[in-house]
Design a binder for this molecule. Structure first.
Ligand code: RB5
Length: 145
C-alpha cells in the first residue's frame, strides 16, 4: 500500500498530472489514476478529489496526489474525508512539514502556480518524508471533529 498512489486532476491540472504519473512510475509506484483524462473538457475538481480521498481512506492507496489549477479546491474537497489529511504545497519545505508534523497523506498541487520541477521536488519530498509522531500525534488527532 505504501507503494500505491491514487492520483487525480481536473482539466487545469491534467498536464502536470501526466508528468507526475510518469515520475511516480519511474520510481516504482503503482498508480490508481481516477482521471480526468484530458484538458479539453471542463470538469469539477471535487469529483476527482473525492475519488482519490476514498482510495486513501479505505487503504487501497497509501498516498493521494491531486492537481487542479491552484491546488486549493482539491485540498478543500479531499479534507472533507475523515482520516484524510490533504496539504496544498508549492515548495519543498511545506511538503517536508506536511509529512513531518501533519502526517499528510494527500498532496495537492496547482498547475497554474507551480513549475514542473518544483512540483516533482515537492512530490519527492512528500513521499520520502516520515511522520515525527510524539506531540504531533495528539495534534493531528485534534484535527478530527
Ligand atoms: C478551474 O478553473 C479551477 O478553478 C480549479 O482547477 C482549481 O484551481 C480550483 O481550486
Amino acid at each position: 500500500m505504501d507503494k500505491v498512489v491514487a492520483i487525480g486532476c481536473d482539466h487545469a491540472g491534467y498536464s502536470l498530472k501526466r508528468v507526475l504519473c510518469a515520475f511516480l512510475q519511474e520510481q516504482g509506484y503503482a498508480l490508481i489514476d481516477v482521471g480526468t483524462d484530458g484538458a479539453e473538457q471542463s470538469v469539477d475538481y471535487g469529483d476527482y478529489a473525492h475519488r482519490v480521498a476514498e482510495h486513501v481512506q479505505s487503504g487501497k492507496a497509501g498516498w493521494g496526489v491531486l492537481v487542479c489549477g491552484s491546488g486549493l479546491g482539491m485540498c478543500m474537497a479531499a479534507n472533507r474525508h475523515r482520516g484524510v489529511r490533504a496539504a496544498c504545497c508549492h515548495d519543498v519545505v511545506a511538503a517536508r512539514y506536511a509529512r513531518l508534523h501533519n502526517n499528510a497523506n494527500v498532496l495537492t498541487l496547482g498547475e497554474r502556480l507551480v513549475g514542473v520541477e518544483v512540483a516533482k521536488a515537492c512530490l519527492q519530498e512528500f513521499l520520502r518524508g516520515s511522520f515525527e509522531g510524539g506531540r504531533h500525534m495528539r495534534r493531528i488527532e485534534g484535527i478530527e471533529t
